[in-house]
Unconditional design. Structure first.
Length: 114
């Protein structure tokens, strides 16, 4: 676990902590199902032992009670042995209402993570 910092967060949009959200992802040469530690409209952190270079593109797939949600994300940073911070690049147009509903449900059930 990384030490907590007193420095202010650079995030413009706070992330929502998640304890039971999982995502299927694909990124050459790997694909897997990973736990999502936190999520926002702009990004997420996924737990995975696989390493990707900053800038790598991943295809993500949520299958949640709101429905199917597909999006592309870029690796922004890596925490070795923990996972990757990802920037959401685009959400499939027909999946935007489900994504908005997922975020609303998570906001209602968990405190924001900054």
């Amino acid at each position: 676990m990384l030490p907590m910092s007193n420095a202010p967060s650079r995030r413009r949009i706070p992330r929502i902590a998640s304890s039971d959200l999982w995502v299927y992802w694909e990124g050459l040469p790997h694909h897997d199902i990973s736990r999502v530690r936190d999520l926002s409209p702009a990004g997420l952190f996924v737990e995975t032992p696989y390493r990707f270079a900053t800038g790598s593109k991943l295809r993500m797939h949520f299958l949640v009670q709101e429905g199917q949600i597909r999006f592309d994300a870029l690796v922004r940073h890596t925490r070795q042995g923990q996972g990757h911070g990802l920037k959401i690049q685009s959400v499939a147009l027909k999946d935007i209402p489900q994504f908005d509903a997922l975020l609303a449900r998570l906001r209602a059930s968990a405190p924001a993570k900054t």
